[in-house]
Design a protein around this ligand. Structure first.
Ligand code: ARG
Ligand code: ZN
Length: 879
């Protein structure tokens, strides 16, 4: 039987810390058996604390405590109380120095929180609560301290010794040991602490800030990866410049370091002056990384760098405020990518991801507001809601206040809160005050979960030229929140005339027309807007640019959607109209298949699709977006009872039909979009490769030898990973000897590059074939696979969990397989296990047979001795 369920932590219970830590001095003696940590903390009572005589409670987990000294006096074991999670000292003075010595075993750390080893090197991950796995501390973000850290290690094994800030001293000790002392002048919470030690090579560069300071830039990687760092370095310099130009924010230390590690639970970490990255988000060479990898690396390098201001200089008061730094920083990295590449494509990709993942989360048992009111395990709240919906919430300030108004708000935010740990209320107040606006209703975006729905109705009065839009909002119930109050929703609207041109807009009571897109502020459950002076009935273009993270419904006909897809001046809405049309068509095909009818692609859809395919004026990357069919997951979300087999059959049918009807056009596209010359990662070339590989994947649906040969020859000739993988992905769709041959060739070539092999694992695990599970089980035996390395788990087991026909196989084999992996991972690495169990949360959306099997697996897991991470998700799913 499992032990008592973990406790829930509530935002409403927040109290300021009883003590503050003014100075933190640490000494890590790294060893092969264990590591000794000595800390010297200068503490004082917090004048703002509620309880003046409170004992000192330090957080600590899995620590072997060796000694405690208070103001130079050794304490006896009876003078403290120790339990599994804390060390308590009663009767301490108001200000004192505490010295603690303890021992830890980084080599045995499979959770990858705190100090651990990766490829023979030491590294740390402290966010959110990993610091307490290294030493006793007040491990919460509102305790900010100035750190001085000495790292001691064997010189031969660990020539490089790093921590936050600037190196102030180094030297050689006895027994082949050496040390480096680092000092970080900026007070910071413990979650931003980092330490790295190992045999690492370094790519060096430098950057001159806008005010003329020279900053040394260093990227550390394992020696064999030194030729894969150039893109990351270029991205870093680009991000540094952008933040100066767009937000007036400069870097504030003399050194900025990034380290790549192979074993990492998440993407990357913004530790002050010493970012640590999952190597898959840093290493890139044209032959090993795809365009998508290049783009993500640029975006994540920027994201972590931007945290230096939004997260580090101004940090979170408590973990409920996580979106304060994450939503804002995602918004900043999205804006950066949009401005350095093709903006529309970035917006489409971001919205696609929001809809297919965040809308789903918002409609399930783990739904939570951007600022959650409670949690059992904070690591479960690094979610698409906190990150991506949080970014949409920040974007709405910009939509409401304008670009300049938003900048004024940011400036005031830094002016007020630099060096402090604050809340999302403080951010909202800065935005409101800097612009003299009352944004109190906007607060609900932080407090209410669920995706609001905006229903639009219109009326046209030809005699007066008046066009009335009625907007109604509602929001479905979510766990713990049966009723919702109206949100402040900025709905950007344009009106198209019969030629598809934007009409100038004049609202009732306005003297003259102004602009062709207006942001309507929907604040009530129902509101009306009257546009005047129109000469014909317009067609509305709603929520332009996805101005609010809501679902909009308006009774468009298919003809109207096709018209918007062809003409809307808002490029995002052009794509969105096409997406809505395709969704409708596919749902029709699904219904046909379920009813045993012969599916047929509607002529109107085919015509609209062909028009996009042959439109010479469309940029390649945008065209690729428009020609991609809605994902199986997105289609699933639109159904009352999800039928994975019918969805897959319908989508495959549509792909085959579109390929067959337009074969010549696809081939034409394929041949005219070859990219000549050496590989370069730039938006134009990347867009062409994307479109060309999309054409190839449609053509693959036609089967047959010619298409196999086309894909096989691209595979053989490719000089970059984008085209190599594009060809391999196409071959995966076709039966025949070419597929197995290409997989074998790929493996032989890349057998020593784990990050490239991850792509090979993922392709096979996501193949929608009857033998996929058997293949995955066999691949788990491959020497390149290890269940202890998160990247391997995500690429093989995670890809299978995301394979709709594999995971949801009607016989329940996928459920049992993933359940068993969760069980294994639960004991090794709870964070990774929690990510894998997430696919079970939506069990209620399936047919009775699948429901029963998923539920049985969840119940089986619930009976085990679970980590907090997995327990929270399993128990909430079953509630
Ligand atoms: N702050 C990191 C970021 O930039 C994420 C770290 C999360 N890590 C964790 N174990 N929860 O997004
Ligand atoms: Zn972040």
């Amino acid at each position: 039987m499992k032990e008592a369920s973990p406790r829930t932590i509530y935002l409403k219970d927040y109290r300021p810390p009883a003590f503050l830590i003014e100075r933190t001095e640490l000494r890590f003696a790294l060893g092969e058996d264990s590591t000794q940590v000595e800390s010297r903390l200068r503490l004082r009572r917090n004048p703002a604390a509620a309880t003046p005589a409170a004992p000192l409670v330090l957080d600590g987990e899995d620590l072997e405590l060796l000694s405690v000294r208070l103001d130079g006096r050794d304490l006896a074991p009876g003078e403290w109380v120790q339990d599994a999670e804390s060390l308590t000292l009663a009767n301490v003075p108001d200000a004192f120095v505490l010295e603690i010595v303890n021992r830890i075993k980084p080599q045995e750390n499979t959770r990858l929180e705190g100090l651990y080893k990766s490829s023979g090197n030491f590294c740390t991950q402290c966010e959110a609560e990993g610091f307490r796995c290294m030493t006793y501390y007040i491990d919460r973000p509102d305790v900010m301290s100035v750190f001085t850290t000495t790292v001691v290690g064997e010189q031969a094994r660990y020539p490089v010794l790093l921590s936050n800030g600037n190196p102030v001293e180094k030297g050689v000790l006895d027994d082949g040991q050496h040390f480096v002392t680092w000092h970080d002048p900026h007070p910071k919470p413990s979650y931003l602490f980092a330490l790295v030690a190992g045999n690492l090579s370094c790519l060096e560069d430098s950057y001159k800030t806008a005010s003329g300071r020279e900053v040394a830039l260093r990227i550390y990687v394992e020696p064999h990866n030194i030729d894969k760092c150039d893109h990351a370095m270029a991205s870093l310099k680009k991000a540094m410049r952008w933040d100066e130009q767009r937000f007036g924010l400069e870097y504030d230390l003399d050194i900025f370091m990034i380290v790549a590690v192979d074993d990492f639970n998440m993407g990357a970490m913004e530790n002050k002056g010493l970012n640590v990255f999952n190597s898959k988000l840093l290493l890139a060479r044209p032959d090993t990384a795809t365009d998508l990898d290049y783009e993500r690396i640029e975006g994540v390098i920027a994201h972590e760098y931007f945290h230096n201001w939004t997260g580090n200089r101004v940090t979170c008061r408590d973990w409920f405020q996580l979106s304060l730094k994450e939503g804002l920083t995602v918004f900043r990295d999205q804006s950066f990518t949009a401005e350095v590449t093709a903006g529309t494509v970035k917006r489409i990709d971001d919205v696609r991801m929001l809809r297919s993942r965040q809308f789903v989360e918002d409609a399930g048992p783990m739904a939570h507001p951007v600022r959650p009111p409670s949690y059992m395990e904070i690591n479960n709240f690094y979610t698409v809601t906190v990150y991506e919906k949080g970014a949409e919430v920040v974007r709405m300030y910009e939509t409401l206040l304008g670009r300049e108004g938003f900048r004024r708000g940011m400036d005031l935010y830094f002016e007020r809160h630099d060096g402090h740990a604050v809340t999302t209320d403080d951010f909202l107040a800065a935005m409101a005050d800097a612009n003299g606006e009352d944004l109190s209703q906007f607060q609900r975006w932080y407090e209410q979960a669920g995706t609001p729905r905006v229903t639009v109705e219109d009326a046209w009065d030809a005699a007066s030229g008046r066009y009335t839009l009625t907007l109604r909002q509602s929001c479905p119930a979510t766990p713990g929140q049966p009723e919702k109050r109206p949100f402040l929703i900025p709905v950007a609207v344009g009106l198209l005339d019969a030629q598809g041109r934007d009409m100038p807009l004049r609202l009732a009571a306005e003297a003259q027309a102004a602009g062709t897109t207006r942001v309507l502020r929907l604040t009530e459950a129902e509101q009306q807007w009257v546009f005047e002076g129109l000469v014909e009935r317009p067609l509305p273009s709603l929520n332009r640019g996805f101005s609010a993270p809501v679902r909009v419904s308006y009774p468009y006909t298919e003809t109207q959607l096709a018209f918007l897809a062809a003409h809307d001046a808002d490029a995002f809405n052009r794509w969105d109209a096409g997406e809505q049309l395709a969704t409708r068509v596919l749902l029709g095909l699904i219904a046909d298949i379920q009813a045993g009818r012969e599916p047929a692609l509607p002529e109107r859809f085919l015509t609209a699709f062909a028009a996009v395919l042959t439109d010479a004026g469309l940029e390649a990357a945008v065209k690729a977006e428009m020609l991609m069919l809605p994902s199986e997951n997105w289609l699933a979300e639109q159904m009352d009872v999800i039928d994975p087999d019918a969805i897959h059959a319908a989508r495959s049918y549509a792909r085959r039909a579109l390929a067959g009807e337009l074969e010549a056009q696809w081939l034409g596209l394929y041949h005219t979009h070859e990219v000549s010359g050496e590989y370069r990662f730039d938006p134009r070339d990347a867009g062409r490769r994307r479109l060309r590989n999309l054409a190839l994947s449609y053509l693959a649906a036609l089967d047959g030898k010619p298409m196999r040969q086309l894909a096989a020859s691209q595979f053989e000739q490719a000089d970059n990973m984008t085209d190599s993988l594009g060809a391999l992905a196409a071959l995966m769709l076709i039966d025949g000897a070419e597929r197995e041959q290409a997989l074998a060739t790929f493996y032989d070539h890349w057998r020593n590059d784990p990050l490239v092999l991850d792509k090979w694992f993922a392709l096979q695990a996501s193949a929608q074939r009857p033998d996929t599970l058997a293949r995955v089980e066999q691949l788990m035996q491959n020497p390149a696979f290890s269940i202890r390395t998160p990247n391997r788990v995500y690429s093989l087991i995670g890809a299978f969990a995301g394979n709709p026909t594999g995971f949801h196989a009607a016989d329940g084999s996928g459920y049992r397989f993933i359940g068993a992996q969760v069980e294994t991972l639960n004991a090794l690495n709870p964070q990774v296990a929690a990510r894998m169990v997430g696919v079970f949360t939506r069990w209620r959306r399936y047919d009775a047979g699948r429901q029963a099997q998923m539920r049985a697996e969840l119940e089986r897991l619930q009976g085990l001795d679970l980590s907090r991470d997995v327990y929270e998700i399993v128990s909430k799913s079953l509630q």
